[in-house]
Design a binder for this molecule. Structure first.
Ligand SMILES: CC(=O)N[C@H]1[C@@H](OP(=O)(O)OP(=O)(O)OC[C@H]2O[C@@H](n3ccc(=O)[nH]c3=O)[C@H](O)[C@@H]2O)O[C@H](CO)[C@@H](O)[C@@H]1O
Ligand SMILES: C=C(OP(=O)(O)O)C(=O)O
Length: 430
């Protein structure tokens, strides 16, 4: 079993290049099915979720060649719209293949979305979109199918703001007959990026980045080249690292506007920031103030950043509280932080933190990708050595997490433990 070992690292200093966004890449890779010619994507991160997507692409006959951050896809030879249920359930965003293949072939069979488990991650708005466009959705124990003789544009109102269903609706509607309007749409940068990609292929889609998106269906889409936006969630986590012990971290190749809520909060708790055109430097002053975080949909503070932010707030003297309106139960990292000596409690879907207390190393388990970053940051600030299991979750979302944190001075290593060694270690730390 893989274990990340983190040692107390003192100040973290250095510059990190930020890769393309996982959440954009997963949508745009599936959206490439829609094209009628070759597609080249730049800035795709080398992460486990992307490896799974490229396997799915190959399974259905779409050639996908990845060289570093570049993926070349050829959708002209897709011969199947049946996706292995196990692979589809191996990550969250497989639902984009449902939207894209439905749009192009009128039929798809696919496993249910997997991904991080936050107790409840409903899928009803995706189904609502498919049905509104005229498709029939059938749910089976292991998979679902979506079929339509013809997709027709429709007016669709989302009952909740969802980035996944907004992007999926854009994919499903792009070849539908007539006009589709999406109301109460998500405005995330990943929505805008996916829309930009579709337009590059020749889609007629207007208003992405606002609450109403209009799509005029087209019969043919070209190929083309697109560069994925930088990962604002990885950038945010590295900026937080600067605050841990008063260091200085620069994130390069970012879009600072995508991080507005995060940057405001970092300044509010005492970090100094310098924003350039495509870079941000965070200076930790060594003194952090407690605060209140209410994670929400973009442009609010991102739910994917509330967990790493919690690790930083453990260093801020006083009481902080963290609530998550997107996933009110996204707090599996809280009991793990307590194993490191953190004074943190979860009461009524809010994490209450008493910060400024020393942390000590121990064994902890990452239950999801950002819980992993949270525990890693806490481990770098804890006295002694912290071992983090659940590395697979972390590798779903981070490209070379060990190398990039080491490049700013973090004492981290990846170790392989056999079952016997693992059970001895866990026993010792009980
Ligand atoms: C692969 C990917 O891009 N993952 C991101 C995506 O997940 P994902 O696309 O799953 O999240 P959504 O934006 O769809 O979810 C937003 C909210 O809508 C709710 N909802 C969603 C769909 C639905 O059919 N019904 C429904 O009620 C969800 O429970 C949640 O409360 O956005 C989340 C919110 O920013 C991020 O945490 C994830 O990192
Ligand atoms: C929740 C996340 O991922 P996913 O939606 O893929 O589970 C995330 O990236 O924080």
């Amino acid at each position: 079993m893989k274990v990340i070992q983190a040692e107390y690292s003192g100040q973290l200093n250095g510059t990190v290049h930020i890769p393309g966004a996982k959440n954009s890449s997963l949508a745009v890779l599936a959206a490439a099915c829609l094209a009628d010619d070759q597609v080249t994507l730049e800035g795709i991160p080398c992460i486990d979720d992307v490896r799974l997507v490229t396997e799915i692409c190959r399974d259905i006959g779409m050639e996908a060649r990845q060289t570093g951050g570049q993926v070349v896809l050829d959708p002209r030879w897709i011969h199947s719209a049946a996706i292995d249920p196990g692979k589809a359930s191996g990550y969250r965003a497989s639902y984009y293949f449902a939207g894209a293949l439905l749009s192009k072939f009128g039929s798809v069979t696919i496993g249910f979305p997997g991904g991080d488990d936050f107790v409840s991650r409903p899928f009803d708005q995706h189904i609502k979109v498919f049905e509104a466009l005229g498709a029939k959705v059938r749910l089976y124990p292991e998979y679902y199918s979506v079929q339509a003789a013809e997709l027709k544009g429709a007016d669709i109102y989302f009952d909740t703001v969802t980035s996944g269903a907004t992007m999926n609706a854009m994919l499903a509607a792009v070849r539908a007959k007539g006009r589709t309007q999406l109301h109460n749409a998500a405005v995330d940068p990943e929505v805008v990026d996916t829309a930009a990609f579709l337009n590059r292929l020749g889609a007629r889609r207007y208003g992405a980045g606002t609450n109403t998106i209009r799509i005029e269906g087209v019969a043919y889409l070209n190929g083309g080249t697109h560069t994925i936006i930088p990962d604002r969630l990885i950038a945010g986590a590295f900026l937080m690292a600067a605050g841990l012990n008063g260091g200085q971290v620069t994130v390069m190749d970012v879009i600072p506007e995508h991080l507005t809520a995060c940057l405001s909060k970092l300044e509010e708790i005492g970090l100094q920031l310098h924003r350039g055109e495509n870079r941000i430097t965070a200076y930790g002053t060594g003194k952090l103030k407690a605060t209140r975080i209410r994670a929400g949909m973009y442009p609010s503070f991102a739910t994917d950043l509330q967990q790493p932010m919690t690790a930083l707030l453990l260093q801020a003297k006083g009481r902080s509280i963290v609530a998550d309106r997107v996933y009110p139960k996204r707090f599996a990292h809280v009991p793990q932080l307590r194993r490191l000596g953190a004074e943190i409690e979860q009461r009524q879907e809010v994490a209450h933190i008493r910060g400024g207390r020393p942390l000590r190393g121990g064994w902890v388990h990452a239950t999801d990708v950002r819980a992993g970053t949270c525990l890693l940051l806490a481990g770098l600030a804890a006295e002694g050595s912290t071992c983090i299991t659940g590395v697979d979750h972390i590798e779903r979302g981070y490209e070379d997490i060990i190398g990039s944190f080491r490049s700013i001075g973090a004492k981290l290593s990846l170790r392989e433990l056999d079952e016997g060694e693992l059970s001895d270690r866990i026993h010792m730390h009980r």
